[in-house]
Design a protein around this ligand. Structure first.
Ligand code: ADP
Ligand code: CIR
Length: 343
């Protein structure tokens, strides 16, 4: 492979940090699962509009390709090579009374974490057999959950197109054919080994073998962020007694995309801000101040509809889970105040 020909207007962190020197240093390297630099950067090469552009094939990728991943991680999370990560999921520490008890602004709240199985390659480098083993192991653990978390696993193989499309439209299921994941090798052997577990009310869900081997999700209508957090923490604690998660003292929970490392947590609300969003500079000055990310209504790389946005914590590494949710909460309070001030 030769040094990629990045266009002038390329804005991804890959374009910024894959200098010819870094490329020369890493181009022959391989992890013990056989994952190469070419595979790690393919998504950003095929998708020049990527914001990041790299994926890891295994935990080792973060050290073997460290000269590329380290500056990307530092630029995204503000977390340097010498920092360490500490988990704290104690719900009592979260200060989050419902910021919108009248239900004027917040439509729904969702908090998810990514998790991968310890000692398995990540999705970009996993074999079909290993992926199927992961599914069997995870589903076995999920089937032991009880109380509010009790539910059923629905494999993607055999699911009708109507049900699949409905679950995607209602924000419960991952979409199919994402070009960023596709180029990262994450859609190989689709749909085999993939599926969704959920409880009866769809307030607790687990995506199996999408971008990460598990996406553990708690969600509900309205703005009771603490209730959503408590349900998620209970689920994470139950699942990890059955399936050990891939974890590093430096990087926290290991995920295939470096933006998800650490807590691997994205806490979001769908919130209607029709007035504030008419002035995107004012909107962004608040989201930047509170370390928030703005997404569209159908998730990453989608657009807003009717002034409703997906607002979530941007930082995930080097902060605790409680802090990640608090970032989102504090920012949402400020956004609601700004919307109200506009009359
Ligand atoms: P992820 O959060 O798993 O990284 P996406 O941004 O693709 O991935 O979002 C996944 C799905 O979750 C999308 O359908 C999105 O609309 C939905 N979603 C995210 N936040 C909320 C929320 N607060 N309420 C309802 N649905 C949400
Ligand atoms: C990209 O680089 O745009 C995609 N691979 C997605 C990166 C993750 N997005 C994010 O901002 N958390």
């Amino acid at each position: 492979m030769n040094y990629p020909n990045f266009p002038e207007d390329c804005r991804s962190l890959l374009c910024k940090y894959l200098t010819p020197e870094v490329f020369e240093l890493l181009k022959e390297r391989k992890t013990s699962h056989g994952f190469t630099l070419e595979q790690a950067i393919n998504s950003g090469i095929q998708n020049i509009d990527s914001s990041i552009g790299v994926y890891a094939g295994d935990k080792e990728s973060y050290t073997v390709f460290g000269p590329l991943f380290d500056p990307i991680i530092e630029a995204y999370h503000g977390f340097s090579k010498n920092d360490s990560h500490h988990s704290n999921m104690e719900p009592d520490l979260l200060k989050a009374p419902n910021p919108d008890p009248e239900g004027e602004f917040i439509l729904s709240t969702r908090i998810r974490v990514g998790r991968n199985v310890d000692n398995m390659p990540l999705g970009p480098a996993i074999s079909k057999e290993q992926r199927n083993q992961v599914e069997t192991r995870v589903v076995k653990a999920l089937n032991l959950l009880d109380g509010e978390l009790k539910g059923k696993y629905y494999p993607l193989t055999g699911m009708s197109k109507e049900i699949q499309d409905m679950l995607i439209k209602e924000h419960f299921l991952f979409k199919e054919g994402d070009r960023f994941l596709d180029a990262a090798g994450l859609n190989r052997d689709w749909p085999e080994g993939r599926g969704i577990y959920h409880n009866h009310d769809k307030t607790f869900l687990v995506w199996v073998n999408e971008e990460d081997q598990m996406r553990i999700i708690s969600m509900q209508q309205g703005g009771d962020i603490k209730e959503v957090f408590i349900r998620l923490v209970n689920a994470i604690k139950s699942i990890e007694t059955k399936v050990p998660f891939s974890y590093s003292y430096h990087l926290g929970f290991i995920t295939s995309c470096p933006t998800n490392l650490g807590t691997a947590m994205r806490a979001s609300v769908h919130i209607a801000l029709p007035k504030l969003s008419k002035d995107m500079d004012a909107f962004k000055s608040i989201t930047d101040k509170y370390h928030l990310q703005i997404r569209g209504i159908h998730g990453e790389h989608s657009e807003s509809e009717g002034g409703v946005y997906d607002i979530s914590n941007r930082r995930r590494l080097g902060i605790t889970e409680v802090r990640a949710v608090q970032d989102m909460y504090d920012g949402v309070v400020a956004l609601i105040e700004a919307e109200k001030a506009l009359g």
